[in-house]
Ligand binder design. Sequence first.
Ligand code: PLP
Length: 443
Amino acid sequence: MSRAEADTGGHLFYQSRNPRPFLDRGEGIYLYDESGKRYIDGCSGAMVSNIGHSNPRVLAKMKAQMDRATFGYRLHFRTHPSEDLAAKTVSLCPEGLDRVFFVSGGSEAVESAVKLARQYALTQGLGSRYKVISRFPSYHGCTFGALDLTGYDPLREPFAPMMEGMPKITAPMTYLDRDNLTEEARGLKYAELLRDRIEEEGPENVLAFLMEPIGGASTGALVAPDSYYTRIREICDEYGVLLIFDEVMSGAGRTGKFLASEHFGVVPDIVVLSKGFGAGYAPLGAIVAPSRLVEPVLDAGGFLHGFTYAGNPLACAAGLAVLEELEEQGLIENAARMGDLLKAKLTGLMDRYPFIGHVRGKGLLLAFELVSDRETMRPLPRELNAYNRLVEIAYELGLIIYSRRTRGGYEGDHFLVCPPLIVTEAQVDEIIGLLDTALARFA
Ligand code: PLP
């Protein structure tokens, strides 16, 4: 099949018509298409490729596993890569999060967390608890269960009649607030929305609260005031509601700590990982939970859940090699350092481009938002299609960034700039240089 055929629709179909060139290869933070054009992967794909592309040490470890076995069904065998990856993951997580369950992606992981919470509640005689409160905006995945927990209307609307309609509270997008409160007070105000919602739904019905500790595509790297996290934890404890942190995007070192929640000193009951956990070397996800939740479920007959490909030795060997790379190359520390530098330089661009309304995020989970007016944070008109236009200009220049126009309630065009954690100071300058040119063309 020629490229022209693929452009107009070959046999494969995507979410929409796909005019992109064929990928030839990747190397570090760079990707090359078949014509030889080089791109900086300025958003690690979809915030996935945390250790960069084609890391030779990871590939060698995967090859070694491939030579032994690429699959062994978990009902027939345990495997060392999966046990070793679980041990390594636990060693990187806060104390108490000591049990791991593997899956192959983020949506699967989110649903696994919710199902573990539900089965745990049943073991405690709390069968009435089934509602999971999440936030708006948010993104937790595309499968029905995860989609029902996602606060992003365009993706939900066609399927709304087919879902329960789990309750949502507003995420603390405090940078849009024009009140006289301190950030601390705003954090508390938004956290109280959780208490109100639990009361409204009936505490005896509420199983869990699910949130991204630092937002991803939905809110564009939203960081809440510190007070928000502490109060959320307190409210969950008070009502016996399990706190689930979706760290699919923010976890595995991206924000300068292994888990984003470590920035806020709050330990959730269940953590959800994917994306950077396999870092693009294998489809991989996991939930990490304490034994106090897992043991009663196993004692009661087992976790009624599981996917065929979950925990397969090749994916786990890749995941283990990725975590070893994070540790051995000091990539989490590099994410913190390069994140500060990149954020400062993005903020610097605000002097030149008044339509950059806000720069936010932690480590290398960073975003900027475009607005009509910085004072009021009024969004750009939808017809301008800014989220698409700027990305296309950057792509032409050889810089890939990730954008979203969030709609329904909150409106805004934001752009995630999240290179692999191996990025160097010179490469940060390269990214900023290309972005500067793209913004000048966009203006
Ligand atoms: N949760 C978060 C925070 C995400 O960012 C994503 C994907 O973008 C998901 C869950 C779903 O992951 P997947 O696309 O691997 O199913």
